[in-house]
Design a protein around this ligand. Sequence first.
Ligand SMILES: [Zn+2]
Length: 180
Amino acid sequence: MIIRKKFRFEGAHIVRNCTSQRCRENIHGHSYEVEVFLKSNNLDNGYMVMDFVLLNNVREFIQSFDHAFTLWNMEDDEVKRSIYTINTRVAEVPVSPSAEGYALLFFFVINLIINNVSLVNGEKNVRLHAVRVHETQSGYAESSVEDLELVKFTMNDVKLNDGIKKEWKDRSWWNLIGGF
Ligand SMILES: [Zn+2]
């Protein structure tokens, strides 16, 4: 059975090398919707795949991008310096922040989170099935396990700055998945 939980964030980016000039030459923002799909062949004691309460760390991770600038680590140093100067919330990531880049990054990180969730009520074989990132009302990108072949980075390359982390209730889940 598959269940889905939807999250939202308001994020800013610039997408270099994008075909559209508006997109590649201007810092701008979107109201993102992120759908997280979980799958299991088992139902827990409450007849659920998994209670959404157990997705608190997933929520915390996605909220890290809210009112933050998502900065591709391939940006030139001058741009990076300006971004860090004018923003207190910066998510520096190893993918270009297109919807596809977000979907791949989110699948990679949320997969690690799901694999480390403490199961408390008879949940079994719960795995991340897909992550769908809607950048606009009409378009989304979806990532699933076969896309992990596209991953050329590790958790060391996902740098959420202190402006983001200081708002977290705790950081233990981040450390557990190899974040720093
Ligand atoms: Zn955009």
